[in-house]
Design a protein around this ligand. Structure first.
Ligand code: PEP
Length: 250
C-alpha cells in the first residue's frame, strides 16, 4: 500500500498563495512514486484546488466539518458541502481542535458520522500531551481517544478511517517522537483495533505519524512498516520541503 503524505495547511495562505503552493507540488507529480498525497487547505481553497488540480494525483481534504448535515448553523461547513467541492478527506480530532475549541469524544464521533455519511475518508488524530507523557498516562490517554471511536463505529465504517498519531508535545515544537516512540504508539493502537475487530482489522489499520515531520526525519519514519504515512503541518507550507517528504516515501 502507498504511504499517505498529508499536508495540513492550518489557517495559513490566501487562495492565490495556497494555489501556487499546490500547483508547485502538483508539477512534480511524476516523482510521487510510492506516495498518496492529500492536501488540507482552508475551506475557502477547496473548490479552486479541485478545479485547478483535476486529473493530477493530488487529493484534497478539509481540516474540520460540522456535526450536523445542514440547517441554521451560521458559520458551519457540513461534510456534504466538503464532498461537493471534490474533496475526498476530512481531518478530525486534531489536537488544536481538541484543546483550542474544546472538541471532545462525543462531538468528534458525531462529526465522523457525518463525514462517513457524506462518503469522505476520515483522518482521525490522537495522541498524548506532555503532561500525560510525564505522568505516565501516555497509553491510557491514547486508549481513551481511540476506544471512543472504535466503540461507536462498525468494522466496515472504520475501513474509511485512517488514524494519525500526533503526540501533542511534538506538534509545531520541532521535537519529533523517536522512531521507537512512534512505533510503540502505533502498535498499541493496532492492538486495540485487533482486540475489538480481530487480527486482520488490526493489521490493515493505516496509521500516520505527525509532529514536526521534516525532510530530514521523514525517510527514517517512513521506512517503518508500522508507519503508513505522515501528517505534516509547518513543513507542508514549503513546496520544496514537502516534495522531499513525498519523495522519502520511496
Ligand atoms: C499538524 O498540524 O498536524 C502537525 C503535525 O504540525 P507540525 O508538522 O508543524 O508539527
Amino acid at each position: 500500500m502507498k504511504k499517505l503524505i498529508a499536508g495540513n495547511h492550518k489557517m495559513f495562505t490566501g487562495v492565490k498563495e495556497g494555489l501556487a503552493l499546490a500547483s508547485e507540488i502538483a508539477r512534480n507529480a511524476a516523482d510521487f512514486g510510492n506516495a498518496q498525497v492529500v492536501l488540507f487547505p482552508p475551506f475557502t481553497h477547496l473548490c479552486v484546488f479541485h478545479e485547478q488540480l483535476q486529473g493530477l494525483p493530488l487529493e484534497t481534504g478539509a481540516q474540520n466539518c460540522s456535526d450536523m448535515p445542514e440547517g441554521a448553523f451560521t458559520g458551519e461547513v457540513s461534510a456534504g458541502m466538503i464532498k461537493s467541492t471534490g474533496a475526498t478527506h476530512v481531518l478530525l480530532g486534531h489536537s488544536e481542535r481538541r484543546t483550542l475549541f474544546g472538541e471532545g469524544h462525543e462531538l468528534l464521533c458525531r462529526k465522523i458520522n457525518q463525514a462517513l455519511d457524506a462518503g469522505l475518508q476520515v483522518v482521525y488524530c490522537f495522541g498524548e500531551n506532555l503532561q500525560d507523557m510525564e505522568e505516565g498516562h501516555r497509553f491510557s490517554k491514547i486508549e481513551e481517544q481511540l476506544q471512543a471511536v472504535f466503540e461507536s463505529f462498525s468494522q466496515d465504517e472504520l475501513d474509511h478511517l485512517v488514524l494519525a498519531y500526533e503526540p501533542v508535545w511534538a506538534i509545531g515544537t520541532g521535537k519529533t517522537a523517536s522512531l521507537h516512540e512512534a512505533e510503540e504508539a502505533h502498535a498499541f493502537a493496532r492492538e486495540l483495533m485487533r482486540n475489538k475487530y480481530g487480527t486482520d482489522a488490526g493489521n490493515e489499520l493505516r496509521i500516520l505519524y505527525g509532529g514536526s515531520v521534516k525532510a530530514t526525519n521523514a525517510r527514517e519514519l517512513l521506512s517503518s512498516s508500522e508507519i503508513g504515512g505522515v501528517l505534516v503541518g509547518g513543513a507542508s507550507l514549503d513546496a520544496a520541503e514537502f516534495l522531499q517528504i513525498i519523495q522519502a516515501a520511496g
